[in-house]
Design a protein around this ligand. Sequence first.
Ligand code: FAD
Length: 316
Amino acid sequence: MAILVFIEHAEGVVKKSSLEAVSYAAAMGDEVIGLAVGSIDEGALKAAGNAGASKVLHVTDEKLEKGIIQAYAQVINQAMESTGAEILVLAKSSLGDPVAARVAAKQGAGFVSNVSDLPDTSNGFKVKRSIYTGKAFANVEIKTDKKILGLKKNAVELKTDGSEATVEKFDVLLSDDSFKVTITSQDKATGEILLPEAELVVSGGRGMKGPENWGMIEELAKTLGAATGCSKPVSDMGWRPHHEHVGQTGVKVSPQLYVAIGISGAIQHLAGVNSSKNIVVINKDPEAPFFAAADYGIVGDAFEVVPKLTEALKAA
Ligand code: FAD
C-alpha cells in the first residue's frame, strides 16, 4: 500500500521539512508517492526521489496558486482516493495542520500532529508525539484504517540516495465549495531566508536597545547565511517585523544553530526554539535563564561580542 506525502514548496523550492516527511514515509517501508501543488520545476520534484519518493503527482490548476486550505484539502482527498493510500504524511506547518484536519474529517482518518518518531506497528499503530512545546512526549494509538501524521521538523534524518522520482500530472476536480474564501492580497516576508525553514537563525532581543542596532545582527546573520529572528517585545515595539517574532506566540524554529543575542530566555521564547540542535546565547547577565538552555554561552556585552564574532567568522 502506498503512503502519500504532501510536499510543500516556497516559490518553487521544496521545503526541507517536506523532504523529511518523504524520508520518514520511506522508512516505513512502503511505496512513497508525493503530491505537490502549484508552480514548481519538474527537476525539483524529481529530486524528491532522493529522499525516497518513487513518484510525485503534480497539480498545476491555477486556482490553487493562492493556497486556499479548503482547496488543498480537496486535492489531497482526491489523491488519497486515486492512489488508494491509507496513510498521509505531511510536515507540521501552518499549511499542513489545517489541511490535515480537513482531510482527516473527510476521510474519517485519525490525525496526529507533531509526530517525532516512526510508528510502532508491533501491536496496533502507535506514534510518539512531542507535547508541551517539546518538554514531554505522548504515545498515541491511531485506531482508524486511514491515518494522517503531521511530522515535527528535524524528527528524522534526510535520506539521500541519488534516486529520481517520476513526475506525473494529476488533474483534480475542484468544487466551488473549496473557494468560499478569496485571498485578496499576500504580503511576502522580507529576508532572503525564510525563518520557519532556516537551518541557521540569529535572533535579537530587547538587550539590543533599539532598531538602529540591528545592523550587527544582520551582518552576523549574513556572514553565517542565517535568517534573522527576534523576541516578542522587539516585534511588539516595531523594532522588527512581526513575522520575525520567535516563540510560543510566534514562529517555532528548528534550526541546526540558534544564536540568541540580548534575549533573556523567558519560557515563552524558549517554547519556539527548544527543537534547535545547538543554541548559542550571548548575554551580559550570567544569570540570564537562556544560559540554562544553551549549548554554548558567551557572557558579555553584545555590542562588543557580536562585531568581534562576525569579524572572526569572516576571517575563518
Ligand atoms: P528582556 O526580558 O528585557 O531581556 C533582555 C535581555 O538582554 C536580558 O537578559 C539582558 O541581560 C540582556 N541584555 C541587555 N543588554 C545587553 C547587552 N548590551 N548585551 C547582551 N545582553 C544584554 N516572548 C517571546 O520572545 N516570544 C513569544 O512568543 C512570547 N509569547 C508570550 C506569550 C505570553 C502569553 C506572554 C505573557 C509573554 C510572551 N512573551 C514572548 C514575552 C516573554 O515573557 C518575555 O517578556 C520576552 O521574551 C522577553 O524578551 P527579551 O528577552 O527580548 O527582553
